[in-house]
Design a protein around this ligand. Structure first.
Ligand SMILES: O=C(O)CCC(=O)C(=O)O
Ligand SMILES: [Fe+2]
Length: 336
């Protein structure tokens, strides 16, 4: 396994303007084209805030299973709540991780016949009664990560030589926000290594806060490379919506998590942001020197990509959580 030194980008350079902003954009463009992953520092969130979130993750997963199951995701048509070990599926195989998912806190939308199915993603979160601090801390955290992502999207717009605010309309008021706390237990058999199988993230961008244990791997032209935790940073990666918007100039990179060795656990917190579910991602008119390098979005019959955001997001959720699909989406003849 090669050691990958992902590029490190400092968001305060973007805010500083002038030459610092330009060099940030140059580095972002290069990172985005080469590997599609980078570390972000200078984002404004403190080590203490990061530690608090990881502690909440540890506290939640330490609850007795019966209490975690009180907020199990299969009770939620909105894909929020707890997923037990092996409960999620990637590449048709169960992942060895347990997780707690939240999204934007919302009322349920009334279901009318002619409304698209992804409307059902809207709804309330489930919160464990034993940890009342989770709700305020995680919702605040989700908003902070969302704000950072909005800034990054503006930077990506500039990298693509578009107006800085080109994506704003697609995220106005209610972008799709989705956060998960994740615990990967140590493996019980030496070859039981699928923490989460290889996948692309369906949104615009993902920000991952890693605990101290490594395991995240990124697929490059040279094969799988380890993205070790860098204290204080977030790992940022490009999702399918940016691949679509840029006609493949930017690529959503495949990544996976390999289970830790026996007796060691890994904690992480991933934040995924997409456009509003009712938005359609614009296909940007790239200038010719960029358009020449845009080879079109990936075409994988096992993973069709949809410009309509709700459809692309729901595709991923139904595939990953067959128990929720079975309980709440049985009426769908064709998923999404
Ligand atoms: O746990 C991690 O480091 C990354 C998880 C991930 O890629 C995902 O949940 O989409
Ligand atoms: Fe991912």
């Amino acid at each position: 396994m090669k050691e990958l030194q992902l590029p490190v980008l400092d968001l305060s350079d973007f805010h500083a303007g002038g030459e610092r902003r330009q060099s940030f954009l140059d580095d972002l463009g290069e990172a985005a084209r080469n590997v599609g992953f980078f570390y972000l520092v200078g984002h404004g969130l403190t080590n203490e805030q990061q530690r608090q979130v990881m502690q909440l993750a540890a506290d939640f997963f330490a609850l007795p299973l019966a209490q975690k199951l009180e907020v199990e995701m299969r009770h939620s048509p909105h894909f929020r709540g707890y997923t037990r070990l092996q409960g999620e599926v990637t590449l048709g195989r169960p992942d060895s991780r347990e997780q707690f998912d939240i999204m934007r806190e919302e009322p349920v939308r009334p279901q009318a016949r002619d409304q698209p199915t992804w409307w059902r993603l809207h709804g309330p979160n489930q919160w464990p009664a034993q940890l009342p601090q989770m709700r305020p801390v995680l919702l605040q955290w989700q908003q902070e990560l969302s704000d950072i992502t909005v800034t990054l999207l503006r930077a990506f717009a500039l990298v693509l030589q578009q107006p800085e605010h080109i994506f704003d309309e697609t995220i106005q008021d209610a972008p799709y926000q989705h956060m998960k706390l994740i615990r990967y237990p140590g493996r019980s058999l030496p070859d039981e290594e699928q923490g989460v199988g290889a996948h692309k993230d369906p949104g615009y961008l993902t920000l991952v806060l890693q605990g101290e244990q490594s395991g995240l791997e990124v697929l490059t032209e040279d094969g799988w490379l380890a993205a070790r935790p860098l204290p204080g940073s977030f790992v940022v990666n490009i999702g399918e919506l940016l691949e679509l918007a840029s006609n493949g100039y930017l690529r959503a990179t495949y990544h996976r998590v390999v289970s830790p060795p026996a007796g060691i656990e890994r904690l992480s917190c991933a934040f995924f942001m997409a456009a509003r579910l009712d938005a359609t991602v614009p296909l940007l008119p790239l200038p010719s020197h960029l358009a020449e390098l845009a080879k079109g979005p990936a075409s994988d019959p096992l993973n069709p990509l949809f410009y309509q955001v709700g459809q692309n997001v729901l595709k991923g959720r139904l595939r990953s959580h067959p128990d929720v699909a079975q309980a709440h989406y049985r009426d769908l003849a064709v998923p999404a």
